[in-house]
Design a protein around this ligand. Sequence first.
Ligand code: ADP
Ligand code: MG
Length: 548
Amino acid sequence: MSSRVPSPAVRAASQLKRRSISKLQGAPPTKTAARATAPTTSTTRRAALTERSLNCPLPDRSNGRVTTLGGVTSSKATRTSATPILPPRSSLASTRPATGSRINSRAPTPTKEAAENERLRDQVKLMQSTQETQTVMMEMLKEKADMLQNQLTMMSSQLEMEKMKNQTMAMKLETAANEIGEKSTSLNDAREQLEEKDATLRRLHNDVVDLRGQIRVSIRVRPKLSFEDGSSTAIQYPNRNAIAFDQKQSFEFENVFTEVFSQKDVFASVKELILSCLHGYNVSLIAFGQTGSGKTYTMRGGSEDKEEHGVIPRSVSFLFEESKKLESLGWRFEFLMSFIEIYNNEPFDLLNKHQKLKIRLASNSVELDGLTEHTVVKKSDVNRLLEMADSNRKTAATKCNAHSSRSHAIFQWTVKAEQEKTGISTTSVLKLVDLAGSERAKESGVVGDRFQEMTHINQSLSCLQKCISLQRSKAAHVPYRDTKLTQCLKDCLGGGSSKTMVIVNINPCDENVNESKRSCEFAAKMRETKIGAAVQQRDLNSTKTSCK
Ligand code: ADP
Ligand code: MG
């Protein structure tokens, strides 16, 4: 028996029919059936056709009844079982035997024939309807195939476009990579040139600083304060760099900053010294003057207002900025901050609960046993430490019944620099000193503890001046050890190893003219000092020789 495999369209149609029947009979629809009956892009015409095919009669082979796909027995079928239907006349005629012949078998009854005819007609109708359904399904499938074909075409053209885009991107990337390669080569060349220039600039910078004098002295006369109502006519300025008292005694200095000069102007004059410390030289900046003359204002500043910031906060910002620039030339820096107070000739750590310190002097360096050194990487680190120093200083001052003007404050900033490529490494130190008031004990009329404090202050200040003078004359013995102040500053005042600037602060009021004159005399002696060329502070393990 040859079994013909039904085409997919025929299978789909019969499946559709079967599922629809089961749906109508109450069976839950399957996924495929649901999809088949769900509204598709097919037209209403197609839906109507399907509907018709569902309702067309099906022969019930078991009892010969005709049933619609909807499960309803047709009236015709009912009639068939109830009342026999007469076959058409023509068919009756054709089935009748010829006249005169003997009839041995019984002829089929007309009722049976009619029923058979009816069944055949129904079968034909059913086949027609099935064919129609199949045609519709075929159409649907064809449409779907067309749609898929279109999608495929679209996707392959998109793919083509993406391929083209990728190719363009790859070309662009290659071009960019080539450009980057070229640029990095020229950048390396430029960097090498810059490194050479940096070394030359450092040498030149140092020469300029040395030519100006390794010890420089400037004068700063502060403005008269609102509560000061006395006269201020004793001070004159004969020229840009000179200051005179009562039209008689006149002094010349590196700079004379009158009351119109701002904090910014003062800092501009010390900037190059501060930079030397990044280059590996020890530097100190010392504010000298009687109490109330403006030493603290010069070093720390007047208020939170940035314009009023003094040398310490400005130096910190400057060092951070300049070190960033040098980092691009392969330098690495480490900054360590300490704050020392010297009161009654004893050093204390302002960043460690005012702990007393012990000084050890080596031939070229100063060691303070127990001094804490705090690594700082940003301005806020410094501000936090400055606040700590202020509060420790205040507490100590209250305990000792002393005032900050009766102690020396040394802000210490250690710079550790290293350039991997050249193997150069340096350690240098910047000391920003706010000295105690320089007024004379005799003139102040103080007694007791206060007199002792002032004696210590005056001893340390005159020793400072003596050390610088003896250094100038290259004396065999310089009495750094005589006071704690000179011990602490030794590495910044020693000949051949440091650069120093003293800013002498002056009170403008006539009533202080004697102290002001004495301050200028003190400073003039230091200015005459000619200290040998500074030597860069090179680490012992540094592989290269000095730049100078
Ligand atoms: P010192 O530290 O020498 O005792 P201060 O720095 O405390 O003196 O200054 C005394 C007062 O004078 C402070 O109120 C300070 O703000 C003010 N002062 C000092 N120098 C200046 C200046 N250049 N401009 C404005 N005010 C100043
Ligand atoms: Mg002060």
